[in-house]
Design a protein. Structure first.
Length: 435
């Protein structure tokens, strides 16, 4: 049956007392929840007993409450004593957790892997041993790319060869083997991968003289099976964005990279989402644009690469749906929101997309996290049902709950030239008004 439970922890705050700075500006108690691809585990960041953000794991198979507020059986699997972990993700084996961290604040961030399923004797202070996948002094890692079709591989950008630029390496994270995959010629600041081959076929280059950017494309990264006379592996400049213009390659389409999606502000005031020919650079179709603001997030089908939804933010986050089923999901999540007018966000999905972690953001209180389960279940009469459920997980900072906040409003102001400006207003709460 559908179960939308408004947890006591997600109710609005009520106290008019001053909020201590340590609570207002302190670390969240729960953040970055992410489901394992198979949906059996949940990883999230929370403070250790010493107050440092570390990674915790919840076994959703053994948790009878299906991921609700009870954290007593959750396990801390990292033990960073000084530097808070700020990001966490799963490898596609659904056993390995990946995270970035540096060494005592030197900002040389490395990629680490830790086994989330091994349960050491935590009572004796033991934790799974993290493995440094990008070892070496003064090494920095960035641009971590994963692909469910290649569950044992990761593409990682590091400056191991040249401290000034980031090449792409193929990492076989179970063994730790790191193989140089794509060499940075010196001006590339970002990379794009064609999903079906998991090859680096797109690059973004920055011109240091005029601050323009160029999108480069190659048809293949397979240097072994392309002879020296072939131009399949050569980089070609396809799109150019002068200083002041915005745009870039979003994704390749599943046609061996013949077409793809880009965002572009060329010839317009805001960015549009375009389907383009990656050989000629010509526009095949304008998918979406908004005269008032840029295109925001784009949700693509992981297999067909069809556009499912687009977000944009003129004053608040809004969505345009191209997938009716996805639209129904968001309608359900909005209709069953525990807090009126909260902004719905999808934080994580399982590989089969039957379970999601949902965030409900509000301007006058902490963010609430819920598990949205679309998988078939059984109702009170033990009959199978496909009705989705929404179960409270936790709130980001429960210490904020006893305090009262004023909500933020978006306002429109007409400028002297007649154009509209977006602003945000927080009104002082009058004592006893309740608003």
């Amino acid at each position: 049956t559908s179960s939308t439970t408004t947890a006591a922890s997600s109710s609005r705050t009520t106290s008019e007392e001053l909020i201590p700075r340590s609570i207002l500006f302190g670390n969240p108690e729960n953040t970055s929840p992410i489901l394992s691809p198979d949906g059996k585990y949940l990883a999230y960041l929370a403070p250790s007993p010493d107050g440092v953000l570390n990674i915790f794991i919840r076994d959703l198979q053994s948790d009878k409450s299906n991921g609700s507020n009870d954290k007593k059986n959750d396990r801390m699997i990292t033990n960073e004593p000084k530097r808070a972990i700020r990001s966490v993700s799963w490898a596609y084996d659904s056993q390995t957790v990946l995270y970035m961290n540096d060494f005592d604040g030197d900002e040389n961030f490395h990629l680490f892997a830790v086994d989330a399923t091994t349960i050491p004797d935590g009572e004796n202070g033991e934790f799974p041993t993290p493995r440094d996948l990008t070892p070496g002094e003064n090494i920095k890692a960035q641009t971590i790319l994963l692909n469910y079709r290649y569950p044992d591989e990761i593409l990682i950008g590091t400056n191991g060869r040249n401290p000034k630029v980031f090449d792409m390496y193929r990492c076989f994270y179970k063994t730790g083997e790191l193989v140089l995959d794509t060499i940075n010629p010196g001006d590339v600041i970002g990379w794009k991968v064609e999903d079906e081959s998991f090859e680096v076929r797109g690059a973004v280059a920055r011109n240091e003289v005029d601050s323009s950017s160029t999108v480069r494309i190659r048809k293949s990264a397979d240097l072994i099976n392309n002879d020296s006379g072939s131009n399949e592996t050569e980089w070609r400049d396809v799109f150019h964005f002068p200083y002041g213009e915005e745009g870039g390659l979003l994704s390749f389409c599943p046609d061996n990279g013949e077409t793809g999606y880009i965002t572009s502000s060329l010839g317009r005031e805001t960015t549009a989402l375009l389907k383009v020919d990656l050989e000629t650079g010509e526009t095949i179709e304008e998918i979406f644009s908004n005269d008032k603001c840029n295109v925001g997030g784009v949700t693509l089908d992981k297999d067909t690469k069809e556009v499912r939804a687009i977000t944009y933010n003129y004053a608040r986050t809004e969505r345009v749906f191209f997938d009716k089923e996805l639209e129904k999901d968001y309608e359900f999540l909005k209709a069953n929101a525990p807090i009126p007018d909260a902004e719905v966000g999808v934080v994580s999905r399982t590989l089969d997309e039957t379970k999601w972690v949902i965030s409900y953001y509000q301007s006058d209180g902490p963010t609430s996290y819920y598990v949205y389960d679309k998988s078939p279940g059984r109702n009170d009469n033990e009959k199978e049902t496909s009705t989705p459920s929404l179960t409270p997980l936790f709130v980001s900072n429960p210490k904020l709950l006893p305090y009262k906040f004023a909500p933020m409003e978006d306002v429109r102001i007409t400028a002297r030239d007649g154009l509209e400006l977006v602003g945000y207003l927080t009104r002082a709460v009058e004592k006893g008004s309740g608003t």
